[in-house]
Design a protein around this ligand. Structure first.
Ligand SMILES: *Cc1c(COP(=O)(O)O)cnc(C)c1O
Length: 349
């Protein structure tokens, strides 16, 4: 049986969260002398002398409408990296607890585990980049607190089979995190509508990819109100700055523009895949549900260096388990993709 209270580290459960001036007084007033701000103003926009809303309510209201999910089931962080780190700190006792990751996958789960001194249990994906279900079952032990699943997965680009993910959420008594950074480019649907069915599920999304706002640093974690309360308890009080909240709010009003970009990127992805398949040096193009394509080439390192010499940077993943000989190519603009293909055509081994 899933029991959140048993899963949370005792020091976090008993933690008395920092209480900011903005937490202690919520109401109407016209003289604010409670937070040691500069009462005269700021060199920038007038209200930047004040601390921002610690719980980012306006932004969350907007996200709540777009994602059709309760405000108290939304956590906002400084990129997805912040909730990733917070989840380790909430659930995993350093030196004792473990998590499962399924490489090849996003590198931050491992870095964050290492920073927090949490043992990593690596259960590689199968040859077809799907979850190795029997090995995951075998890897779970009483100290396993979190299973990290990235879908669509980075760097392989594919979605993880939904039935397998459901099987894990239904049978694992710890936390299951599904990182959906690339969900907007996928044929599979998000787990967000299913959040109500699972007390142990955390879904991560971000403004960094489809929304085109990597510079903003805003990641979203969706979970039960109880898990979100713990995330809020542990986060730095003012983790999202006022300018970022304002810009995010503005951008979230442009869903139509973002959906148009997603359509174009998915089209360009198809064209890029096709163009790659026609190249001599390309051995394999893996199907992608993301805004990048993993491709196996004849000489990854040489091709990588050749592209750099032409001013084009891709990601060399040839040293990564199951990605031997592979490059990861972000879908660019039509012109950028053409430059890439043109350069690849002129590569001589
Ligand atoms: C890019 C990416 C993210 C986004 O991280 P941010 O900190 O929100 O920019 C998260 N997860 C995966 C798998 C990614 O590839």
């Amino acid at each position: 049986m899933f029991n959140l209270d048993k899963l949370v580290r005792p020091n976090i459960k008993s933690l008395k969260a920092y209480s900011s001036a903005r937490d202690e007084f919520k109401g109407d007033a016209h003289v604010f002398l409670d937070a040691n701000e500069n009462s005269l103003g700021s060199p920038l926009i007038k209200w930047y002398n004040r601390y921002p809303d610690p719980l980012q309510l306006k932004v969350k209201e907007k996200i709540s409408t777009i994602k059709k999910i309760g405000i108290d089931q939304i956590f906002l962080g400084n990129g997805s990296d912040e909730p990733i780190d917070l989840l380790f700190r909430i659930f995993c006792e350093p030196g004792i607890d473990e998590v499962i990751i399924c490489p090849p996958t996003y590198g931050m789960y491992e870095v964050s585990a290492n920073i927090n001194n949490i043992h990593l249990n690596r259960v590689p994906l199968t040859r077809s980049f799907q979850l190795d279900m029997p090995s995951i079952e075998e890897a779970i032990n009483p100290n396993t607190k979190i299973i990290w699943i990235c879908s669509p997965n980075n760097p392989t680009g594919n979605s993880i089979d939904r039935e397998d993910i459901e099987m894990i959420i239904n049978n694992f008594d710890g936390i299951v995190v599904i990182d959906e950074a690339y969900i907007n480019f996928a044929r599979q649907k998000s787990f967000l509508p299913d959040l109500g069915d699972y007390q142990n599920l955390v879904v991560l999304q971000t403004l960094s990819k489809a929304w085109g706002l990597a510079a903003l640093r805003m990641g979203m974690a969706f979970a039960s109100t109880e898990i979100v309360s713990y995330l809020n308890k542990v986060k730095p009080p003012y983790n999202i700055s006022e300018p970022v909240q304002e810009l995010a709010l503005k951008a979230l009003g442009e869903v139509g523009q973002v959906n148009d970009m997603i359509k174009v990127i998915v089209e360009l992805r198809g064209e890029l895949e096709q163009a790659l398949r026609n190249l001599q040096i390309v051995k394999k193009v893996y199907p992608s549900d993301a805004n990048f394509v993993l491709t196996e080439v004849t000489a990854a390192k040489d091709i990588y260096n050749y592209l750099v010499s032409k001013g084009i940077v891709v990601r060399d993943r040839s040293n990564v388990v199951l990605c031997e000989g592979c490059l990861r190519l972000t879908v660019g603009t039509q012109k950028e993709n053409e430059s890439l293909i043109q350069a690849l055509k002129t590569f001589q081994s």
